[in-house]
Design a protein. Structure first.
Length: 131
């Protein structure tokens, strides 16, 4: 009887975790959308903003907002950064910087690398699948 209680509690926790991860993904998508809107409005209003997002954080945000089956090459990531209004003038070669960051994020287990493409990593869901 106690084992059933633990299994039921675990199933409830897994379900809640899945719901929270889905909510987190929707929130990241909305954040990215709002960033793009704000950048466009800043240009129209002539507003100069200090403290813009860092490149690594912006790339992480792209993968957090991506569907779990999404795959991006370095050029697609660069294009998404530009769509979000990322200022590429701060880099002599933005694409090279994107390559380095993608490789580092993959080495750290934050994203997956498969055949030159990068995919979002849902560590908690992957962990649960191994149980």
């Amino acid at each position: 009887m106690v084992d059933r209680d633990y299994k039921r509690a675990r199933a409830t926790a897994v379900k809640e975790l899945e719901q929270l991860l889905a909510s987190q993904k929707r929130t990241e998508q909305r954040i990215n959308s709002l960033r793009s809107t704000i950048v466009a409005l800043d240009k129209l209003a002539g507003v100069t903003v200090k403290g813009k997002p860092k490149l690594t954080d912006s790339i992480r945000s792209i993968f957090k907002a991506a569907p779990s089956d999404a795959q991006y090459g370095p050029m697609a990531v660069r294009d998404k950064l530009l769509e979000m209004g990322f200022d590429e003038t701060a880099f002599s070669n933005l694409l090279a910087s994107v390559h380095v960051i993608l490789r580092r994020l993959a080495q750290n287990g934050e994203i997956k690398q498969e055949k030159g493409r990068y995919k979002p990593m849902e560590k908690v869901v992957d962990y649960l699948a191994e149980l």
